[in-house]
Design a protein around this ligand. Structure first.
Ligand SMILES: Nc1ncnc2c1ncn2[C@@H]1O[C@H](COP(=O)(O)OP(=O)(O)OP(=O)(O)O)[C@@H](O)[C@H]1O
Length: 473
């Protein structure tokens, strides 16, 4: 069973480190893959131009249907030029790693290529996992639109408490948690010809558990191919360097100063029209920024465009999260205040500017004390790139990083997998439910420390969730 994900390992034609042929650092197939480096890799505290891509040449709207316009957009995406090459790699490899710049078309196009290549024949489906509900919904909706079908028919999505699929569904976008649930009921995932693990570089717990499970499924099915992704493990930069960044962004500026610096960018109307996406660390920060922005906006001169402030964070109900996708009224600039929920997968129409203060709230866990906490920490380079990639998806855009180029260089290359910084009780229970009793021997891509696993086993035993033999009660 093939399954795929960006940035991963295991390609027979690659270098053994998960890189497929092409230009350096694992970017596949060379040539024009994604917008130029300026989309993300050029760090700067100053403005960063993003998203310069091949121009989409559209005939006047009066002469083309919306479908044709969408088709033209699809053809102009960088991934379009490597369709057959990609499909061939999927056919030849059990596990394939697909790496591409943000916005190049991995999430929306690759599944359609697989569909055209016959992976959905005979009642089989292609599953595409997403770490977040909102991404599963919006991407499925977009792909359905591109394919000219109703969402829920050939293209559907499945998230907790909402199953928008039907017997005719062939491409199924779903949260990784939902695929894990399905694996509980059908350990061979027999309805899927292929699983695509999207945004695998985020290394959420669900993604990591899926990686391990899919390896087992592959072995058992002894079938076609999988494409997984393993973000490359690079030597960590020094703790001091990271502390520098954190200090600069949190300690040396009071929160209000920090907000004001972002605020200046948000409402400083030097830039041409276009919506703004500002990354903040959590609900509280978003709410206070929302109040501050609204207050400032109320004092703007009537000549200045209006400001519409829209928040998005995980605890908001889905319908409210969807407000970020509604266009701002004419003459109004939309400012979206988001946590890292908006960091990957999403294309929010109208976003021209991204403001990245460089911080994120992340889980941390001390296995010795058993204490789990949420800490504000610097983003990784991969996260910074993802953030900048939210601009320039429909037209050129800019990313404002509120930290220096020097500090950018000292960021970790990728985020520490969540599985290495959380209480493992849930993971252990989940594995036990899959019938995997030897949790210490499970094929984790990045094994959590022995002490963390043992502590979780002890904890579950003391709660009465495990028997003396270590089995699920
Ligand atoms: N909902 C949408 N509305 C408008 N354009 C969209 C939408 N979704 C995708 N697109 C267009 O399709 C392009 C490809 O998006 P896609 O999500 O497939 O890229 P990606 O390579 O998966 O990006 P990322 O790595 O950021 O997830 C975007 O750059 C954008 O131009």
């Amino acid at each position: 069973m093939p399954s795929m994900a960006p940035l991963s390992s295991g390609n027979k034609n690659g270098d053994g480190n998960g890189n497929v042929p092409g230009r350096g650092n694992g970017v596949p197939f060379g040539g024009h893959w994604g917008p130029p480096e300026s989309t993300s890799a050029t760090p700067s505290a100053a403005n960063e131009a993003v998203g310069k891509r091949k121009a989409t040449t559209l005939l006047p709207q009066t002469r083309v249907t919306k479908r044709q316009a969408l088709l033209n957009q699809r053809r102009a995406l960088p991934i379009a030029s490597v369709e057959s090459e990609l499909v061939n790699h999927v056919k030849k490899n059990e596990t394939l790693v697909v790496i591409g710049e943000t916005g190049s078309g991995k999430t929306t196009q690759l599944p359609q290529f697989l569909h055209s290549a016959g992976f959905c024949k005979g009642g089989m489906m292609v599953a595409i996992t997403q770490p977040r509900r909102v991404a599963a919904i919006t991407v499925a909706t977009r792909v359905a639109e591109e394919m000219g079908v109703e969402v829920g028919q050939e293209v559907g999505y499945s998230i907790r408490f909402e199953d928008c699929t039907s017997p005719s569904t062939q491409l199924k976008y779903m949260t990784d948690g939902m695929l894990l649930r399905e694996a509980l009921l059908d350990p061979l995932l027999s309805r899927y010809s292929l699983v695509v693990i999207d945004e695998a570089h985020e290394r959420t717990i669900h993604t990591d558990v899926l990686f391990g499970l899919l390896k087992g499924v592959q072995k058992r099915r002894q079938a076609a191919s999988t494409a997984t992704k393993s973000s490359k493990k690079k030597a960590a930069t020094t703790g001091v360097a990271l502390k520098d960044l954190q200090n600069l962004l949190t300690t040396s500026k009071t929160p209000l100063e920090k907000k004001n610096s972002a605020l200046k960018l948000v409402i400083h109307l030097e830039e041409i029209p276009g919506d703004i996406l500002l990354f903040l660390t959590g609900q509280e920060e978003i709410e206070s920024m929302e109040r501050l922005l609204k207050e400032r906006a109320s004092h703007l001169s009537p000549k200045v465009p209006k400001l519409l402030v829209v928040p998005i964070y995980a605890a908001l109900p889905s319908e409210q999260q969807m407000r970020v996708f509604q266009p701002a009224p004419d003459g109004t600039r939309k400012v979206i205040l988001a946590t890292n929920i908006a960091e990957t997968s999403l294309t929010i129409p109208g976003i021209r500017y991204v403001i990245d203060p460089g911080l994120v709230k992340a889980r941390a866990y001390n296995p010795r004390t058993g204490v789990e906490s949420l800490e504000v920490v610097p983003v990784s380079k991969a996260q910074a790139r993802q953030r900048s990639g939210r601009a320039g998806r429909e037209r050129p855009g800019k990313c404002f990083r509120l930290y220096t180029e020097d500090l950018y260089r000292k960021l970790e290359d990728s985020t520490v997998p969540e599985i290495k910084r959380c209480n493992l009780a849930n993971v252990v229970l989940q594995l036990k439910a899959f019938g995997i009793d030897d949790v210490l021997g499970f094929d984790f891509m990045d094994k959590p420390s022995r002490i963390a696993i043992v502590k979780s086993l002890e904890h579950l035993y003391s709660l009465g969730a495990l028997t003396d033999e270590g089995k699920q009660c």
